[in-house]
Design a protein around this ligand. Structure first.
Ligand SMILES: Cc1cc2nc3c(=O)[nH]c(=O)nc-3n(C[C@H](O)[C@H](O)[C@H](O)COP(=O)(O)O)c2cc1C
Length: 373
């Protein structure tokens, strides 16, 4: 291996005691390939096994914590104890290849397709639809239902512990329920769950409290808890960079193993507020300081890009689409074969790359998502 890439291979021990063998993480990516009953499929397990051989940690696709939180067709669930064997199968496939297995847990809120939730009863913080054409107007959750969902995040965590995962990532990003509570666009409540910036943080922080409580109570080995967030929303009102800096400041004082920003471009800068001359990641890194490690992500394809990202001081780098296109990314860096790293996808690659058919269809039918040649 070229020694300039050595820093990518330094191990890191997280707060919980989980040791991650290197700095590369597989980003959470929904693959639309689970069975309708919410159990993982053989194709999906094979897809993960193919990509778990080099990275230090694999964060799974998001798994719903309640029946009414299912956000995608072909998503696997963590909402009932009967799901534990399915969850275990996936954890074992990842760990057998040497990576830590982290289950991403979430509730889709107003983004759930009505046909996937019982009685089409789509719920959110408030009865406000997102701005997409034809978006469903959700029903505002009652206080007791909010508390049940907080508990459900804890129950999904207990299942992840029982299924043998190394941790869970709380999915507070990409416009789903946790973000819907933090956003002034989707949260118009006037009770303790909304109204001010502080109160919009109440739901995310209640989930962090419950998940970390369950870990203390149930895990008898190191078990990590991470938190993912999206830094800005394009809508007005919407989450601003300043809101996010306030949130991460609070999160950095919780017993979390890492914070994970969700971005399509690692080097992107804030739209408004904050300091628009710096990257979002630099601002977030400065806010959290040494309190908690950060995972950076977004359009990192080559090892030189990963090295440059790490040199900014962000200690962990996630690769998403790149690992779909190149499952051997880490091995090729280690073996000095960096010129062989694929950064495009050929229409003939599906089987060689072990990509399940539903994910493949999504990739080739979504213009601009992947560089398909
Ligand atoms: C097919 C696909 C599915 C995704 N599903 C999820 C998901 O389930 N949870 C999540 O937090 N982010 C999800 N993302 C976002 C990625 O984790 C990542 O932030 C994004 O792809 C940018 O990183 P990249 O440029 O390395 O792909 C998904 C992205 C893709 C391409």
């Amino acid at each position: 291996m070229n020694s300039v890439y050595q820093p990518l291979f330094h191990s890191i021990t997280l707060r919980s005691g989980v040791e991650v063998k290197n700095r590369m993480v597989m980003a959470p990516m929904t693959n639309f390939s689970s069975h309708d009953d919410g159990t993982v499929s053989d194709d999906e397990v094979a897809y993960y096994a193919r990509r778990s051989g080099g990275v230090g940690m694999v964060i799974t696709a998001c798994a719903n914590v309640t029946e009414n939180g299912k956000g995608f067709h072909g998503e696997f669930g963590a909402h009932r104890d009967e799901m534990i064997p399915s969850l275990r199968r996936l954890a074992q496939a990842i760990q057998a290849k040497g990576a830590k297995a982290v289950l991403q847990i979430f509730h889709g809120g107003r983004s759930c397709p009505p046909e996937l939730v019982p009685n089409g009863d789509v719920v959110s913080a408030s009865a406000v639809a997102n701005e997409a054409a034809g978006a469903v107007v959700p029903r505002a959750l009652e206080d007791a239902e909010i508390r049940d969902i907080v508990t459900a995040f804890g129950e999904a965590t207990r299942r992840a512990i029982e299924a043998g995962y190394d941790g869970v990532e709380i999915h507070g990003a990409n416009g789903y329920l946790i973000q819907q509570f933090f956003s002034p666009h989707s949260n118009r409540r006037t009770d303790e769950w909304g109204g001010s910036l502080e109160k919009r943080m109440a739901f995310p922080l209640a989930i962090v409290d419950e998940v970390t409580r369950v870990v203390r109570e149930h895990a008898n080995r190191p078990f990590l808890v991470g938190y993912r967030f999206s830094p800005e929303e394009p809508t007005t009102p919407g989450i601003t960079m300043d809101d996010t800096l306030a949130l991460v400041d609070k999160l950095a004082d919780q017993p979390l193993d890492y914070l994970h920003v969700s971005l399509m471009d690692f080097w992107s800068k804030p739209h408004t507020g904050a300091d628009t001359s710096q990257t979002r990641l630099a601002l977030i890194q400065r806010q959290v300081g040494e309190r908690v490690p950060l995972i950076g992500v977004g359009s990192i394809h080559t090892p030189d890009e990963a090295r440059a990202a790490l040199e900014t001081g962000v200690p962990l780098i996630a690769l998403g689409r790149e690992l779909i296109m190149e499952p051997d990314w880490v091995a090729k860096v280690e073996q000095g074969r960096t010129s062989e790293i694929r950064t495009t996808l050929s229409k003939n690659d599906r089987e060689t790359l072990v990509i399940p058919e539903p994910l493949w269809q999504a990739i080739i039918n979504t213009p601009g998502w992947f560089p398909v040649v």
